[in-house]
Design a protein around this ligand. Structure first.
Ligand SMILES: Nc1ccn([C@@H]2O[C@H](COP(=O)(O)OP(=O)(O)OP(=O)(O)O)[C@@H](O)[C@H]2O)c(=O)n1
Ligand SMILES: O=P(O)(O)OC[C@@H](O)[C@@H](O)[C@@H](O)CO
Length: 441
């Protein structure tokens, strides 16, 4: 039996407006074969997230569901993924009593919606059962069970397992095995190996008609509670319900070891670096901003490079493509006046963008270095360093790029090329260690 996890409260912090969940009705667009009789109640869906483990295999003091990825607890990404699905009416998270406060501060800080808490049990099955009990009074038609440490879950697989559960009573995501499963003999030698092609790995999410899984847990043996790892097996054993197996996408993996946390970090960084917005102060196609945008498009052919024009006061951040863009390249938008930059950054902050993910902002200053000595130009931009220290606390990674705007066409192209490479690295790495740096292209 796993010992109760040690707690480490999450630091209190700034709030965000989370994505508001809409109704609880089961999506009307489901194929009629989804077990929803025409004219019958569309059906309600809730979710249970077991989050009461201590993450022994992670090998750190903080339970892995509270370990930070890009400064945000891992569980917050999973909650965000489920909240995006408007037809999940309620999300019950099972956490230990000692981690309740930490969980409440995460919900408040990132303003997660439709979340309720239940007390975790000494094993995963006990935690799940406690989550189901919390739903029993106003029970949903279908309940999703999803590990809190599987942050990359999309609406598509959730809809597929829920649709299958409506029809079959239970359903679960599966993935091809990566290694062959073998059975060892008592003396530690090979007994036999399973035919890998005929077996699959059971992943999450899983979904059940509420009655099917609730009845199963109510009849569970202590042995199942202590040593079981498979909810589908409980549905089969106690509710005589054969789960439908649904092929899931590769990203369903469970964060278990430290390497998984590093992998999660890379996946998230990759996802939020897919769009760059070049912010400029002129529509002139020959301007530095437009030229840099074209070079960036070539340099980063898989990234969506957009642009927007702001007036010199820092403008209105609502003009930005803010729902998916976490990287802003400001080209001569803000002169070396501190106040204008401050105005731009505060409007960016007010948009709520930096509260879920670190936002990269690169202030590009173009100047012909044959006219202004480099040292004095760098000196005039040193204020970026102290501003960056302050912005880092608000999850904005600010750096400066001095771009040599030479009259020589060849040199100018080289500067733009170098500048685009530096910007690509700042966006991709999204490293707080580079915040405040003044770079030269
Ligand atoms: N008593 C428990 C044990 C586990 N879980 C949850 O079940 C999910 C999957 O379990 P697992 O990966 O085993 O998590 P841990 O038990 O924390 O990991 P370990 O076995 O390494 O201690 C996790 O979200 C975990 O928090 C739970 O709610 N209650
Ligand atoms: O056994 P653990 O607690 O590490 O993880 C639980 C997993 O077994 C479970 O999430 C899937 O295998 C699907 O049942």
């Amino acid at each position: 039996m796993k010992p109760g996890p040690r707690s480490r409260p999450a630091e209190p912090g700034i709030c965000v407006s989370g994505s508001s969940g809409a109704g609880s009705a089961f999506p009307a667009f489901l194929p009629s074969g989804a077990g929803v009789e025409p004219g019958s109640r569309p059906g309600t869906v809730a979710a249970v997230l077991p989050a009461g483990g201590c993450g022994e295999r992670m090998g750190v003091r903080t339970p892995k569901q509270f370990c930070r990825v890009l400064e945000r607890p891992l569980i917050s990404y999973t909650l965000q993924a489920l909240e995006r699905v408007c037809w999940i009416k309620d999300i019950v998270v099972a956490v230990t009593a000692e981690n309740m406060e930490a969980m409440r501060s995460i919900i408040q800080r990132y303003r997660h919606k439709r979340i309720s808490l239940a007390e975790a049990g000494a094993t995963r099955h006990r935690s799940i059962f406690n989550g189901l009990k919390a739903l029993a009074e106003d029970q949903p038609d279908v309940v999703i069970i999803h590990d809190a440490v599987r942050p990359f879950v999309e609406e598509d697989i959730l809809l597929r397992v829920v649709t299958a559960a409506k029809e079959h009573g239970a359903a679960g995501a599966i993935r091809p095995l990566v290694s062959t499963v073998i059975s060892p003999s008592a003396d530690g030698c090979l007994e036999h190996s399973l035919d890998r092609a005929k077996h699959r790995a059971s992943e999450m999410p899983q979904a059940f008609l509420f009655d099917v899984i609730y009845k199963a847990y109510q009849q569970c043996s202590d042995y199942d509670f202590e040593f079981g790892t498979e909810c589908l097996q409980l549905a089969l054993k106690y509710s005589h319900t054969k789960a439908k197996l649904v092929e899931g996408p590769p990203d369903l993996w469970k964060v278990t070891y430290k390497r998984d946390l590093l992998a999660a970090r890379s996946v998230i960084k990759e996802k939020i670096s897919q769009e760059i917005c070049v912010v400029m102060n002129t529509k002139d196609e020959e301007s530095a901003g437009h030229l840099l945008k074209e070079v960036l498009k070539k340099e980063l052919n898989c990234v969506n490079v957009t642009s927007t024009v702001l007036d010199h006061t820092g403008g209105n951040v609502q003009k930005f493509p803010t729902d998916q863009c976490y990287s802003f390249i400001c080209v001569n938008v803000v002169s070396s006046e501190f106040q204008e930059t401050q105005k731009f950054l505060s409007t960016l902050e007010e948009s709520g963008l930096p509260l879920l993910y670190p936002v990269v902002v690169v202030l590009v200053h173009c100047c012909d270095l044959t006219l202004a000595p480099l040292a004095s130009k760098m000196e005039s931009l040193m204020w970026i360093r102290s501003l960056a220290e302050d912005m880092k606390k608000r999850n904005v990674l600010l750096s400066g790029l001095l771009l040599n705007y030479s009259k020589d066409e060849q040199k100018l192209q080289e500067s733009f090329q170098q500048g685009a490479s530096i910007i690509a690295a700042l966006v991709k790495e999204r490293s707080s260690a580079l915040a405040g740096q003044l770079l030269l292209a």
